[in-house]
Design a protein around this ligand. Structure first.
Ligand SMILES: Cc1cc2nc3c(=O)[nH]c(=O)nc-3n(C[C@H](O)[C@H](O)[C@H](O)COP(=O)(O)OP(=O)(O)OC[C@H]3O[C@@H](n4cnc5c(N)ncnc54)[C@H](O)[C@@H]3O)c2cc1C
Length: 399
């Protein structure tokens, strides 16, 4: 029986695992290795940080979920991946494979900017569940004092949505508590213009979201380089100093150490794939989600990366599973070039949200769509509940 190892227990790895089981039945031994015991629904992290969700509302234990499907789960950190020996090293043990799916996401590169990040710096984060929980504690403390808030995405970011969602969510929370007048809000982004999102923008999105910043009286700095964060001060590349009582920044991404050390990735540690989502030199290595290298369509004045959203990740994983199963079953694989991936996303804006769709994700496009309203905010909440309900029953299904 063929052995398939999947690294990563989030959108990419879980979708690949479920889909592989569906395509292959019991004709392969599938093992999923993940550092964390739980799947955590990242789109709700901004709500955790603002105290609107508890971690237990948005997490699902991987062991129970996978064992019901006959998929083996190992909670471990892959230390080394040897593509020649077809083996992964888990520290105390090793696993051999015939096929491997790399769904390891990214390393959050807080070290790239002095003073950045919750561990060694002065800014908060919502990029992991632990960070979101810590940020909620800091947010509760902030509410007692008020003062300037600086939120943003640094140079090299490829996941812009969370900073938008957090600043609009924070603004709405302050307004609801009657504390808005105690805070000045500033948004800093490496994007060349509002709503570029690393995707070349969504036609009218720039105007729609800019209006939202204006209506909410939030200062905006685009094309911004964050040079350094000092205690209570963000220093931009042009010398601008932004004092803060509370600050949160999305850091640049790079590949995780195991990918960098394996030599499978590009210099940033992301892995280039063919149209079947296989590594170009090792056809038994499949890659999905944030771990995939996607070249930006255009160079921006300040470097930005292309996001690989949950929706895109799920789509990639379905292609990965279909093609990996086809290889085992002696069937024909189907191509899905990266340039043909679509994107659908709901960016929460506090009381409202923006529903966005682009076909394909990177321009030129056949179709783009953006609508803003309270209905989109409710749609995001309904979707969160629906997704977690379905997941607990063993299915990943993003819209
Ligand atoms: C705050 C936030 C909000 C978001 N909002 C949205 C949204 O509204 N809509 C949307 O579509 N997308 C959203 N996204 C993006 C979405 O979460 C990502 O696209 C998705 O998580 C990518 O999945 P992935 O499996 O590729 O990587 P990740 O989710 O990063 O998962 C990687 C997994 O690999 C594991 N791993 C890494 N290295 C190792 C190792 N060496 N050994 C074992 N395990 C390892 C990690 O523990 C993790 O389980 C958001 C992301 C964030 C952070």
């Amino acid at each position: 029986m063929k052995k398939v190892v999947i690294i990563g227990g989030s959108f990419g790895g879980l979708t690949a695992a479920f889909e592989l089981r569906r395509h292959l039945g019991r004709r392969a031994e599938i093992t999923l290795v993940s550092e964390t015991a739980d799947f955590a629904f990242a789109p709700s992290f901004p709500w955790v940080a603002l105290g609107l969700r508890k971690p237990q509302d948005i997490t699902v234990g991987l062991d129970k979920l996978l064992s019901r499907k006959g998929i083996k789960f190992l909670q471990a950190t892959v230390q080394k991946l040897d593509p020649g020996k077809q083996e992964v090293d888990l520290g105390n043990s090793s696993l051999s494979y015939d096929y491997i799916v790399i769904a390891t996401g990214a390393h959050l590169d807080f070290e790239a900017i002095p003073g950045l990040g919750p561990e060694k710096g002065y800014t908060h984060s919502i990029m992991t569940l632990e960070h979101a929980v810590q940020t909620n504690q800091a947010w509760q403390q902030y509410l007692e004092t008020g003062g300037p808030i600086v939120i943003g995405s640094t140079q090299g970011v490829s996941c812009f949505g969370p900073a938008y969602e957090f600043i609009f969510g924070a603004e709405h929370a302050l307004w609801k508590l009657g504390l808005r007048e105690k805070a000045s809000l500033t948004f800093v982004t490496s994007e060349p213009y509002i709503s570029h999102f690393g995707l070349g923008g969504f036609r009218q999105a720039g105007r729609v979201i800019e209006d939202e910043f204006a209506e909410k009286d939030i200062n905006v700095f685009t094309n911004a380089v964050v040079k350094e964060i000092q205690p209570e001060r963000v220093i931009l590349g042009d010398g601008t100093e932004l004092p803060f009582e509370f600050s949160l920044f999305v850091p640049p991404f790079r590949g995780v150490d195991v990918v960098i050390n394996s030599g499978l990735g590009n210099p940033k540690g992301f892995i280039a794939v063919d149209d079947y989502y296989r590594h170009k030199s090792y056809p038994n290595i499949y890659v999905t989600g944030v771990a995939v290298a996607v070249a930006p369509k255009e160079a921006t004045p300040v470097p930005t990366g292309v996001p690989k959203t949950g929706f895109m990740t799920e789509h990639m994983s379905k292609v990965v599973a279909r093609n990996l199963a086809a290889d085992i079953l002696g069937r024909e694989a189907q191509a899905l070039p990266l340039r043909k991936l679509d994107v659908i996303c709901i960016a929460d804006l506090g009381a409202k949200a923006a529903f966005m769709m682009a076909k394909p994700a990177l321009p030129p496009r056949q179709k783009t769509y953006l609508k803003k309203g309270r209905w989109a905010h409710w749609l995001k909440i309904i979707f969160e509940r629906y997704f977690l309900f379905k997941l607990k029953r063993g299915a990943m299904n993003l819209p």
